[in-house]
Design a protein around this ligand. Structure first.
Ligand code: ADP
Length: 358
């Protein structure tokens, strides 16, 4: 199952286990630790006293008392001392050990705060990367829903370079949008006037070409002339005949691409951050209509080019346009050849967009 990044108060989450960023004593502290103890009530502290503390990088489990989840997993993150003192390995160990415990207690869902990223001072972008790397690695071999909880988004940033590159890409392409749409609108208007004429069908090839020339049609610009001509001249087909020629569906294209890329189903849906059950539904229903975020997640998992991504999306009834940030961010990552869905989701999260997968 997949990873979600969510912004909420972890004490409100109704999943099987929530993870506490505790200190070595396990006897409560500030930050998320304080919030968890307050919400769980004094019995949590009572049970914690029986555990005799916890080493940095290790994890211990207790009941959850008044919290809506079933268990609290207490882990102790490293204090940031500049990054050269084994902080990363210790933080990775916190996530690994907590996930191990969650698995041992048969949890289907778990939620982590960004361990060490508060008073312990671990830089938030690096803390998030560690969380994503260890959890996605774990999910390659295990089924669990992992929630990464970002509490104070204002204080959290993806790398500045990535952020400014994406921002620049969005800005550049908004400009393109305006030139494109003017060009396309004028072409559409001219064409519709021509189509109103009675002799349109016979004359269209002659009329369309000078029109296209006047706009200096380039090879990669859409030519309105050819499809319209074909549409106008095609003999009438019955509905049955048309339906008999129905194209490959989204599901069929997905399965074909998985074969072509030499992937297994599991490799594909895990890389897509998509739940196994959802994948089974898509596999077993040739006409399954995925959400746009799921369709794109598969295109990313399959490392499709921009053209192939658009083709796959079209089969699910969607497009990638230059008129919204979400689409532009996806386009940015595909154009940069970065198909890491977790990095894409971090960026989407930063720009307040829906995340891929699920
Ligand atoms: P640490 O001592 O490991 O740094 P903190 O509790 O100070 O632990 O902070 C860890 C992270 O938890 C920080 O990013 C902080 O913003 C976040 N946090 C604090 N309170 C909550 C909460 N109620 N729910 C989720 N995350 C929280």
């Amino acid at each position: 199952m997949p990873i979600q990044i969510i912004r909420t108060d972890i004490t409100k989450l109704n999943c099987d286990a929530i993870v506490n960023a505790a200190n070595n004593s396990l006897l409560g502290g500030g930050g998320v630790d304080g919030a968890i103890h307050r919400a769980a009530g004094p019995n949590l502290l009572r049970e914690c006293r029986t555990l005799h503390g916890c080493e940095t990088g290790q994890a211990k489990i207790t009941g959850a008392y008044k919290l809506p989840c079933k268990y609290v997993i207490h882990t102790v993150g490293p204090v940031w001392r500049g990054g050269q003192n084994g902080e990363k390995q210790l933080l990775e160990s916190c996530y690994r050990e907590s996930l191990k415990l969650a698995k041992k207690y048969e949890c289907e869902s778990v939620a982590f705060p960004l361990i060490s990223s508060g008073v312990y001072g671990y830089p938030k972008d690096q803390a998030l990367k560690v969380a994503m790397d260890v959890c996605s690695d774990f999910l390659l071999k295990n089924d669990m829903l992992v929630n990464i909880v970002i509490f104070d988004k204002a204080a959290y940033q993806i790398s500045e370079k990535l952020f400014s590159d994406i921002r620049a890409y969005i800005d550049d392409h908004y400009v393109d949008l305006h030139t494109d749409s003017l060009y396309e609108r004028m072409l559409r208007e001219q064409c519709s006037q021509i189509l109103e004429m009675d002799e349109c069908v016979a004359e269209f090839p002659k009329l369309a070409m000078p029109l296209a020339d006047s706009f200096q049609l380039e090879d990669n610009k859409p030519s309105m002339a050819a499809p319209m001509q074909a549409q106008q001249l095609a003999p009438q087909m019955s509905l049955d005949e048309k339906l008999g020629q129905i194209d490959e569906s989204f599901s069929q294209m997905l399965l074909r691409k998985i074969d072509e890329k030499g992937m297994t189903d599991a490799q594909c849906y895990k890389k897509a951050n998509v739940d196994r059950k959802l994948f089974s539904k898509i596999r077993s229903n040739v006409h399954y209509s995925p959400s746009k975020t799921t369709a794109i997640a598969f295109a990313i998992a399959l490392e499709l080019s921009l053209e192939e991504t658009k083709e796959m999306l079209m089969k699910a009834g969607y497009a990638l346009s230059h008129s919204n940030k979400f689409d532009l961010i996806i386009e940015y990552f595909i154009q940069s050849g970065n198909y890491n869905i977790f990095e894409i989701n971090e960026a989407l999260f930063m720009f307040d967009q829906s995340l891929l997968g699920m």
